[in-house]
Design a binder for this molecule. Structure first.
Ligand code: ZLS
Ligand code: CA
Ligand code: ZN
Length: 397
């Protein structure tokens, strides 16, 4: 029943509440919600809105976020403001706010922000459940580090976990795939005790020359979930640790080989794909060297299996390239090909001018912005694939 591409293509829905754009983590913070404004503008300027169903979802409410998160954590999150925050409060620290890193600052409208991006992921999940679309997109979500009672790595509420929980009401097995440059630790942990969700993350893993692990420091190849044979979640996680500077050819091969094997073995009834754009070359926080089309080829690979799919955003810290990538990937979903010259009538054209030889174009060569030598040899990647295949043999068919 699966795998047959309908000649008309797939029906695609786009879930986006524009109020999410107006939230700011702080001027020096790398997470910029206005990258979503740029993304939307590009999508509109190419006319992609005519090829999809558009939804403006309502924000999620407290009880919906409580599907995953603790009440106490949510009460705190819903009440905290920059005005009433007490940085020495033990709860403030225990819940992951502030700290020396200030990865998770308390900003104006924080509760509204988390409710908006989670509402959009829920709307995407309901759309698949109601069979209103084959692919549902939410570029504002993908906040994969949040734990049930902890904010972590720019993430306060885990919209992915909540969307997967909704899919589990009708689907026996859901596959989660994560191509953000960071390990999808929050989603992995949330489902570590079930065999109804398989989590697969590709990410940078390793320690830098100052002795700091790349965030969040987990996700080595041997981390495949609980070791206890009685735990149903045993061997239902697969982590693909990658070193700096991986190139298009290597990543595409690695992704296709591993993901195809996982889909074939696990046979999921629905797939959630987190498409963090910080795995692109030239990303402010990332370490890889991928071009936009190589990143997008991962979406093509997953789409080709014809399972109900939620496509969700995530990281991405060079806003113009985030917008380019997610616009390209929206086109991949609807089966459209976009011309390289950006439409001239777009409101934010100057944001795409004068960068890495990408002035006015959709597909600049991001290799030219390379700041990371490729430390991945083909031999090392081949070994990694072999280990991944070996790990998969521990999963019961
Ligand atoms: O996956 O690496 C860390 C934690 C630290 C290093 C940074 N310093 C400042 C303190 C301690 C261990 N945090 C990472 C989090 C990355 C989250 C990725 C999210 C996602 O893409 C999904 C959305 C990190 N990397 C870079 C920063 N934090 C960071 C860089 C610059 C700044 C400004 C604002 C805040 C403090 C100065 C900050 C964080
Ligand atoms: Ca990842
Ligand atoms: Zn990331």
């Amino acid at each position: 029943e699966y795998g047959l591409e309908r000649p008309q293509g797939y029906s695609v829905s786009f879930h986006y509440n524009p109020h999410v754009e107006y939230h700011h983590f702080g001027s020096s913070h790398p997470m910029k919600p206005w990258r979503l404004t740029l993304t939307k503008q590009l999508v509109l300027s190419y006319g992609l809105e005519y090829t999809m169903d558009l939804y403006e979802p309502r924000p999620a409410n407290f009880n919906e976020l409580n599907i995953f998160h603790d009440r106490e954590y949510l009460s705190y999150l819903s009440e905290i403001t920059p005005q009433n925050a007490k940085p020495d409060d033990p709860q403030y620290i225990a819940y992951g706010f502030g700290g020396d890193s200030n990865d998770c600052p308390v900003f104006d409208g924080l509760w509204n922000y988390v409710s908006l991006y989670t509402g959009a992921s829920m709307s995407a999940a309901y759309n698949l459940l109601n069979k209103q679309s084959d692919i549902a997109i939410n570029w504002s979500g993908g906040l994969h580090h949040a734990k049930k009672n902890l904010a972590s790595g720019f993430c306060y509420v885990n919209d992915i976990v909540i969307a997967i929980q909704l899919l589990l009401t009708q689907h026996q097995r859901v596959l989660y795939i994560d191509i953000d440059v960071h390990h999808g630790d929050g989603v992995e942990q949330a489902f570590e005790s079930t065999d109804r969700v398989f989590t697969l993350s590709f990410h940078k893993y390793g320690i830098d020359r100052h002795g700091w692990p790349f965030f969040p420091g987990t996700g080595n190849i041997d981390e495949m979930g609980p070791k206890d044979p009685a735990n149903r979640g045993k061997a239902h996680s697969l982590n693909i640790p990658i070193d700096d500077g991986i190139d298009d050819h290597q990543y595409k091969y690695l992704f296709k080989t591993v993901t195809s094997k996982v889909i074939e073995k696990y046979n999921p009834q629905a797939i959630v794909l987190q498409s963090g754009a910080d795995s692109l070359g030239g990303d402010r926080l990332g370490r890889f060297n991928l071009n936009i089309k190589a990143h997008g080829s991962c979406i093509e690979t997953v789409k080709s299996f014809g399972r109900p799919l939620i496509l969700i955003g995530g990281g991405g810290y060079t806003p113009r390239n985030v917008a380019r990538t997610w616009c390209h990937e929206t086109a991949v979903c609807v089966g459209a090909t976009l011309h390289n010259d950006l439409p001239t009538h777009i409101p934010y054209l100057q944001a795409f001018q004068g960068d890495e030889n990408g002035g006015g174009i959709l597909y600049p060569d991001l290799h030219n912005t390379k700041r990371h030598d490729n430390l991945n040899t083909d031999a090392a990647l081949q070994k990694l694939i072999e280990k991944a295949m070996e790990n998969l043999r521990y999963m019961e068919g």
